[in-house]
Ligand binder design. Structure first.
Ligand code: DX5
Ligand code: ZN
Length: 221
C-alpha cells in the first residue's frame, strides 16, 4: 500500500451540502479532509470557523480533519478548533508571534501540529522546530483562494524539505497545497511530497471517485 495521502479541500465543495460533500469524497477514496480556515486578515477571504468543524466532526466521526489555519493571530483559535474535533492543525509562521509556543499549544490540545510555508516564505522557519512537527505544508499558490495555478518553484523547495526531513530522521509528512491536478501530482510526488491537498481538481470534477483514482494511479504509476 502506498504511503500517499490525498486530502481534498472542502473550500471548493458545495457549502450548502457540506455534510453530503464530505461523505461523497470519503466514499470516493479521500484519506483526509482539508479544511481551509480564512479570516479576511491574514488572507483576503473569509471561510470556516470552529462551529463548522464541530458539525463536520459530528457528521463524520471517523474522518481525519486536516485544519489549515490562515488566521492571525493563531493562538486564540487553537483550543476552539481542537475542541471542535480537528486531528491536525497547521498554521503560518508569519501569523504567530511565538511559533514554538503555538506548536506546543496545538500538541497540548491533543492535535498533530503542522507548519505552513507560503511560496516566498524561506525554509529557515523550520530550523529550530523540526522536532516539534508532524507535518510541513508547502503552499504551491499564495493562500486565500482555490483554483489557482501551481507555482513551479515549489518543486525545488519540496526537494529541499524532503532532504531536511530525511536528515532529521523524523516521521514528518510533507504536504503540498495549491493547483494539484491529476496531470501534475506525479511530478510533485517525485519532488518529495507525500500528502496532497486538492480542492478544485476534486470538487469541480463530475466524478470524485474517478478523479481520486486517477490521482492514485498517477502516484503509483
Ligand atoms: C488556498 C488553500 C487551498 C486551496 C486549494 O489558500 O489553502 O487548500 O483550497 O485549492 P486548489 O486545489 O483548487 O488549488
Ligand atoms: Zn489549504
Amino acid at each position: 500500500m502506498s504511503n500517499y495521502i490525498i486530502s481534498p479541500s472542502i473550500l471548493s465543495a458545495d457549502f450548502a451540502r457540506l455534510g453530503a460533500e464530505v461523505d461523497a469524497v470519503l466514499a470516493a477514496g479521500a484519506d483526509w479532509i482539508h479544511v481551509d480556515v480564512m479570516d479576511n486578515h491574514y488572507v483576503p477571504n473569509l471561510t470556516i470557523g470552529p462551529l463548522v468543524v464541530e458539525a463536520l466532526r459530528r457528521h463524520a466521526p471517523h474522518a481525519f480533519l486536516d485544519v489549515h489555519l490562515m488566521v492571525q493571530p493563531v493562538d486564540a483559535l487553537v483550543p476552539a478548533f481542537a475542541a471542535a474535533g480537528a486531528n491536525l492543525i497547521g498554521f503560518h509562521p508569519e501569523a504567530s508571534r511565538h511559533v514554538d509556543r503555538t506548536l506546543s499549544l496545538i500538541r497540548d490540545h491533543g492535535c498533530q501540529a503542522g507548519l505552513v510555508l507560503n511560496p516566498a516564505t524561506p525554509l529557515c522557519h523550520l530550523d529550530h522546530v523540526m522536532d516539534r512537527l508532524d507535518l510541513i505544508l508547502l503552499m504551491s499558490v499564495n493562500p486565500g483562494f482555490g483554483g489557482q495555478s501551481f507555482i513551479p518553484s515549489t518543486l525545488h523547495k519540496l526537494a529541499q524539505v524532503r532532504t531536511r526531513i530525511a536528515e532529521s530522521g523524523r516521521d514528518i509528512r510533507l504536504q503540498v497545497d495549491g493547483g494539484i491536478k491529476v496531470d501534475n501530482i506525479a511530478q510533485v510526488a517525485r519532488a518529495g511530497a507525500d500528502t496532497f491537498v486538492a480542492g478544485s481538481a476534486v470538487f469541480n470534477s463530475p466524478d470524485y471517485a474517478a478523479t481520486i483514482a486517477a490521482m492514485r494511479a498517477a502516484l503509483d504509476g
